[in-house]
Design a protein around this ligand. Structure first.
Ligand SMILES: O=C(O)COc1ccc(-c2c[nH]c(CNC(=O)Nc3ncc(Sc4ccccn4)s3)n2)cc1
Length: 318
């Protein structure tokens, strides 16, 4: 599976780990990079010194390539761009906004830029502005989402740009990986599956909530604010949806949502925390090491393709 993504990022397998706030610490990122994928540290809303510290701790654990995700709604986004350049971070992914204003500085410092895009128009625009690849994220994903599915959006973006596409949203095993490649993607970004990894420093309650989740439990709140977020339904999402319906002002909803992700990840409050997770949660039944998650995906894909090629060669009379 040596795609352009492997070339550009100098990684063995075209599998990126989602830059999930609070979840994507240096421990998780190092484990994914060591396993041959691209581990990514989440800057989230953290100030620059916290992110610099995470980068240095990761460099002590692995010499493999890694990335930093910049959440563009963070007040510290510009500071993080500075840290990424100072620390010679090889790859930056971005989310929840348009990274246009940072592209020049990042390119000057030879940092690869891979933004998440939820639409064809933003994909085309950012290709023109010189980004290196695109993470095309479907509404199946956890956290802040767009409205198009991975299955529909990925081929449309693939047909609209020349730079490589990484599919994200709803990929949890080898089947999703192969499906993404069939849609024209040259890699995948995986989030929820890595939350349920051994190395993820996430409260066990949160991991168990994902394991218990069924197909319809990863629900969307916040559509009325313009920032829809997908998370497992619990008392918090019920309370939030009721307030949304009663038309409380945006600021109050914003206030309500603050700190809830940390409450889930760090405190393990599965009732009043925000259990951000994607629709693939219903497929996840175990907690396993990142190395195993990645190897299971690759082994499945190799077996399936060998079968496909032998069918094509006519080795098997079926
Ligand atoms: O044209 C524009 O400016 C709009 O551009 C964009 C609009 C959306 C996106 C987008 C969608 N998904 C992603 C990548 N995933 C994410 O960013 N997932 C996130 N989860 C929690 C986050 S923090 C937050 C944010 C909003 C409300 C509550 N909490 S960010 N980026 C990227 C660009």
């Amino acid at each position: 599976f040596h795609t352009r993504i492997c070339e550009i990022l100098n990684i063995k397998y075209p599998i990126l780990q989602g830059g999930m706030a609070w979840v994507a610490t240096h421990e998780l990122a190092a484990a994914v990079s060591e396993a041959g994928g691209l581990g990514i540290i989440a800057a989230g809303n953290a100030p620059k010194e916290v992110v610099r510290d995470e980068i240095r701790k990761l460099k002590n654990l692995t010499d493999k390539p890694f990335g930093v995700n910049i959440m563009l709604m963070s007040p510290f986004a510009e500071d993080i761009v500075g840290i990424v350049c100072d620390e010679k971070v090889p790859v930056v992914t971005t989310g929840a906004g348009n990274p246009g204003k940072f592209i020049k500085k990042l390119k000057e410092h030879d940092v690869k830029i891979i933004p998440v895009v939820p639409t064809v128009s933003l994909a085309i625009r950012l290709e023109r502005e010189g980004v290196d690849a695109l993470i095309v994220e479907g509404t199946e994903a956890g956290g802040h989402i767009g409205e198009l599915t991975t299955f529909a959006l990925v081929p449309q973006v693939v047909d609209s740009v020349k730079i490589p596409v990484i599919a994200a949203g709803g990929v949890g095993d080898g089947r999703g990986f192969l499906a993404a490649l069939s849609l024209g993607a040259e890699g995948v970004q995986i989030g929820t599956r890595f939350v349920c990894s051994t190395e993820a420093k996430v409260h066990l309650n949160y991991k168990e909530a994902i394991i218990k989740a069924k197909d319809r439990d990863a629900q969307v709140t916040g559509r009325s604010t313009g920032y829809p977020v997908r998370a497992l339904k619990n008392r918090f999402t019920k309370e939030y949806l009721a307030l949304e319906k009663s038309g409380v002002p945006f600021e109050e909803l914003e206030e309500l949502g603050a700190g809830r992700l940390k409450l889930a990840v760090v405190e393990g409050d599965i009732n009043y925390g925000s259990l951000m997770a994607g629709q693939i949660s219903g497929l996840i039944k175990d907690i396993k090491p990142c190395k195993e998650i990645i190897e299971d995906i690759i082994i499945y894909a190799v077996k399936e393709l060998d079968l496909l090629y032998s069918l094509k060669r006519g080795d098997i009379n079926e």
